[in-house]
Write a protein that binds this ligand. Sequence first.
Ligand code: NZQ
Ligand code: ZN
Length: 385
Amino acid sequence: MKNFVYSIPTNIYFGKGQVEKLGKILAPYGRKVLLVYGGGSIKKNGIYDTVTGLLEEAKMSWEELSGVEPNPRITTVRRGAQLCREKAIEVVLPIGGGSTIDCAKMVAAAACYDGDAWDLVKNGRAIKKALPIVSILTLAATGSEMDTFAVISDMDSHDKIGTGSPLLRPAASILDPSYTESVSAYQTAAGTADIMSHIFEAYFSRTDGYMQDRMAEGLLKTCIEFGVKAVEEPQDYEARANLMWASSWAINDFISLGKPVAWSVHPMEHELSAYYDITHGVGLAILTPHWMRYVLNEDTAPKFKAYGVNVWGIAKELPDMEAAGLAIEKTAEYFRQLGLPSTLTEVGIDDQLFEEMAEKVVPQLKYAFMPLDKEAIVSIYRAAL
Ligand code: NZQ
Ligand code: ZN
């Protein structure tokens, strides 16, 4: 285990009705709020009315940045930052999934920056200051509610870039699992695949962390147990609660502390989303089994076997390669059980841009579990067709 500094300072208000504390939670940060939300789900399920009622009660004023896109755009970030400056906003309050929270994070940073917001997407270290962020999560998936990252797209240049800074970690997040009961089966399944992928990215590392890996396996088992349940029974509170808490812990740094990780499947998926605007978790579910098959060899097999034995209950007496292969097939089967597409063709992607996308991925995989060159990445894309 390598040296690390542990600091995960987001205050979490977890459970039914925690939103009632909103006024108190916001008060230390200011009274002028920027409410950020997406395409309107919060108006349909009533969260918007609840939150604005609470803001009124707490005598807070607010402006709104609405229409944040899934795969949020830099143009929306710029619009939000402008609003913050014009209206002297003190605290940013996203209500939604990862897209809304990511957009809000970059708005919070760009509002305190003199140059163009895209500079901060390209280089997280340029973020020197950000407005405080309090998030209300409505979809269990990205972990943005408790992490330091934001992923923003420029659809004109087909760039989708993940940036990060400790200043982007929300000061507080309200996690009410009942808020996720209106999430569609498709987004619930995609969210589950995303949570699992975050865990895989940390788990499949060349540096061991015994404790972190056992935690990771527990989180994976949680996703496997409750992902399908939430898809089949959207009002299953326990399923929603377990998925929600797993989403935060998958990526809040804890399971990767002491074991440096460089992600593999996310960079490949981000290109698919940047060029074809597909749902992030769906792209991950399609690519993950193919990536696993590609990187499986005598050297990596023991790690895949550990995953198979500890997560899927595969017999530990089996030879490494056989157990590893079974674990990978279990993974693919689970994504199918969630009802997710298993080929790129199903989501309208053909082989035309594989080379162009792969070229952008290569530098990001330099320190990955297995560094991959352009040909390898194209092979993985091709296998997923
Ligand atoms: O926009 P609205 O109307 O709110 O509808 C959204 C959207 O259409 C809907 N939704 C959210 N909560 C709902 C709901 N519908 C009904 N009831 C609710 N309670 O779900 C749709 C998808 O929302 P989105 O926020 O896009 O989903 P997700 O949370 O999966 O976020 C995906 C984005 O996060 C990035 C992804 O790349 C993608 O851009 N990521 C962010 C990360 C991070 N910050 O750490 C890491 C991830 O790996 C990921 O890259
Ligand atoms: Zn993800």
